[in-house]
Design a protein around this ligand. Structure first.
Ligand SMILES: C[S@@+](CC[C@H](N)C(=O)[O-])C[C@H]1O[C@@H](n2cnc3c(N)ncnc32)[C@H](O)[C@@H]1O
Length: 190
């Protein structure tokens, strides 16, 4: 059984450390999110990235905040309401079923989720299914080495391995970035 993030620890998803290391808006901009994008934030948690993504994309476009945890989605709704954002749609998903139509989004975001997934190829192929042709998928995950924060090393996925899974799931990696020696970022094109 893979380690899953415990929703009871949701305060770990928004704090000074995270805001310093992966500030949400600048990070999304670095990953290439554009105002014309339609976004699926897969494993959105409390919406740390979904809410700023909804501010970057046009208010006519949607950000789908997807998570298997209802508790997380309730928090996304609460946060969106506080800042008056109305283009976020929350959807309770299943492990390998994102509940969206084929080719319905242009940008998929997967932040610190991939390491929690047992069948990574199945999960990434499902992400590929909902992406429009030439759509982009951005992954951020923990470097597989000892860091002050984060899950145990044996629960992490190495960057090279993540790249292999992206390739075998129908993507071409177009950008690699290091984030504060703690996370890596990958952008891949369908
Ligand atoms: C560590 S949290 C990251 C949340 C968010 N991406 C962020 O960076 O703030 C991982 C989240 O992924 C969700 N999750 C795990 N497996 C999932 C799956 N197969 N589909 C959708 N969500 C999933 C968990 O419920 C949890 O909310």
């Amino acid at each position: 059984m893979m380690h899953k993030f415990n929703p009871a620890h949701k305060n770990k998803l928004d704090n000074d450390w995270r805001r310093k290391v992966i500030p949400p808006k600048p990070t999304l901009e670095k990953l290439g999110l554009l105002s014309e994008d339609i976004v699926a934030d897969v494993g959105c948690g409390i919406g740390y990235f979904s809410v700023p993504a909804a501010e970057i994309v046009s208010s006519r476009n949607k950000v789908y905040a997807l998570d298997t945890s209802k508790e997380m989605l309730t928090e996304v709704e609460r946060r969106a309401e506080i800042v008056g954002i109305s283009n976020i749609v929350v959807i309770e998903t299943e492990e390998y079923d994102l509940k969206l139509q084929d080719e319905s989004v242009s940008f998929v975001l997967i932040v610190t989720v991939l390491h929690e997934i047992i069948n990574k190829e199945r999960f990434l192929k499902e992400a590929n299914r909902i992406l429009k042709p030439s759509g982009r998928l951005a992954v951020i995950d923990w470097e597989k080495k000892q860091t002050e924060m984060g899950p145990p090393i044996d629960h992490r996925i190495d960057k090279q391995e993540a790249m292999e899974f992206l390739k075998s799931s129908g993507f071409e990696v177009s950008m690699e970035l290091g984030i504060a020696d703690v996370f890596y970022g990958l952008v891949a094109v369908k």
